[in-house]
Every structure is written in structure tokens, then in C-alpha cells.
Design a protein around this ligand. Structure first.
Ligand code: FE2
Length: 236
């Protein structure tokens, strides 16, 4: 996969053809497949999506070296929160249930005591991921949204918000790290069995999930937190 930089005039279909990882980003912006030969700019305009923000998120996701600090620190916080919330929705409603189905299938096909360990490990991991996402959805993101709303209305009156983004920063742990252990278990330690293809499918899904989570956490740590800190300074 080559790192590509997309522009407004790039055809959206070409991006997906060149890098399938772009597929997961489209629903986060409410874009459905079937956009013909329309360019990024045209598709964004059709759907009332901010083209610059779309390009920024896609470029950051597809190209590890692309991280324009100045541009990122100026993104609209409401747009960013929507994007992050939609990513969570995808993890919770699509990715995790699919991974669960694959693991279940694997366990039902493989007759080996190690499957119990795998099931336990995977289950613990999912519980942790869900807790992590719930904290952000229920505490950190609503706080950021409320802060932004309050600043737009009346920056001098935020006495009722009893939280600060430093708390989130402190407890924002790496949920993708444990995925490495899960991958190792399947690649290195799980004994050979008649499970070859399903094991490969699980690994592919885990690698994709890990990539997505790393990028997601990078946006939260390096973009969301600094933006919220800037907002907090306005009211302190
Ligand atoms: Fe998150």
C-alpha cells in the first residue's frame, strides 16, 4: 500500500481502489458507496461535508507521515467530535460484533484446550475496549461539546462544568496494545490446527482494527486534547 495524499480533485473511487482502508472512513462522514466518478470535492459538496476536514481526516488516516499540526489544531471541534463518535459507533456496531462472530466460529471449529484461553483473553479485551469507548462517549466527549457550546454562548459562565480535559489525558490508555498480544497468540503460540483460513481472517481483521485504533487515539491525543485545552484557556 502506497501512502497517498488526496486532493479535492481526486476521484473518491480512486482513493478506495488504491487504499481499501479508506472504506471504513466513508460511513463516518455519511458517504455511501455508489458515487460514480465524482471527485472528493463534489461528493463532499453534495452531502454538505466540509471538504477540508474530510481531506484532513482521510490524509491523516492513510498517510502516517501526514500530520499537519497547525491545520489540525484549527479544526472545528463539533466536526471532530462527530467524526470520533461515528468511529466509536463503527467499532461497537460493526467491528466488534464481527470479530466476536469470527472468534466464535474459530472456537467452534477448533478442538483444542487453548481455545478457552483465547476466548477468555478476547472477551477481557472487548470488555476493556467497551469501557474505554463508553468513558469517552459518556464523559469526555459530552464535556468537550458542552465547553464548545458554552464558549459560543457565554464564556464567562461555565461554573457548572466540573471536569477538565487533563483527566481524560491522564487516563487515556492504549487499547490497541493488547491487540498485539492477541495477534501474537494467534501467530506464534496457538498450535497448528485445521483452522488455517479462519485464523488468517481473524488476523486480518485484528490488524485492520489495530491500525484504525492507533490513528483514532492519535487524533484524540494530538488533536482533540490540544483543542480542548485551548478552549479551557479561553475561560480560565
Ligand atoms: Fe475514542
Amino acid at each position: 500500500m502506497t501512502d497517498m495524499i488526496i486532493f479535492g480533485k481526486t476521484k473518491l473511487a480512486d482513493i478506495v481502489m488504491q487504499d481499501r482502508r479508506a472504506l471504513v472512513l466513508l460511513p463516518r462522514f455519511g458517504i455511501e458507496l455508489g458515487f460514480g466518478d465524482r471527485t472528493v470535492k463534489q461528493v463532499c459538496e453534495d452531502r454538505n461535508i466540509n471538504t477540508d476536514f474530510f481531506m484532513l481526516m482521510v490524509n491523516v488516516f492513510l498517510n502516517k507521515k501526514f500530520f499537519p499540526d497547525r491545520k489540525l489544531k484549527n479544526v472545528d471541534i463539533d466536526m471532530l467530535l462527530k467524526y470520533l463518535e461515528n468511529s466509536h459507533k463503527y467499532y461497537l456496531e460493526e467491528k466488534i460484533p464481527y470479530l466476536e462472530t469470527l472468534i466464535e466460529e474459530f472456537i467452534s471449529k477448533v478442538d483444542h484446550p487453548a481455545t478457552q484461553q483465547l476466548e477468555k483473553f478476547f472477551h477481557q479485551y472487548i470488555v476493556e475496549v467497551k469501557e474505554h469507548l463508553a468513558y469517552e462517549d459518556e464523559t469526555a466527549f459530552p464535556y468537550a461539546a458542552a465547553l464548545s457550546e458554552q464558549i459560543k454562548k457565554d464564556p464567562s459562565n461555565i461554573a457548572d462544568i466540573d471536569y477538565h480535559i487533563g483527566v481524560f489525558e491522564e487516563r487515556h490508555d492504549n487499547i490497541e496494545e493488547k491487540l498485539t498480544d492477541l495477534k501474537s497468540l494467534l501467530i506464534k503460540y496457538f498450535p497448528p490446527s485445521n483452522d488455517r483460513y479462519i485464523r488468517m481472517r481473524i488476523l486480518n481483521e485484528l490488524i485492520e482494527f489495530e491500525d484504525d485504533l492507533i490513528n483514532h487515539a492519535r487524533i484524540e491525543d494530538k488533536v482533540l486534547i490540544p483543542i480542548v485545552e485551548q478552549l479551557e484557556k479561553k475561560i480560565s
